[in-house]
Design a protein around this ligand. Sequence first.
Ligand SMILES: [Zn+2]
Length: 93
Amino acid sequence: MLETTIYRPEFVHAMNTVSLIANYQAVEIVTPFLHHTKGEILSVGLAMKLDYKDTWTCYNGQEKSCGKCSACYERLEAFAENNIQDPITYELN
Ligand SMILES: [Zn+2]
């Protein structure tokens, strides 16, 4: 997780450079949550009254989230940080 956090700003900067070269009209990639943790992002969504029952994070592509992949792990960690039960059902349940 730390490794991807380090490289994300470089990726965004590189993509912005490419989009300025490759398009007739400049496209700017805006990343307001780039330096936020998943828990902080979830907190913003909860404040906006987003219904996380209708969201999907898992990488496995099955009917239910696996609860084991890195995306599920980070999602569950974010809900735990916010002291809220994740409303979706996991394979592990
Ligand atoms: Zn998963």
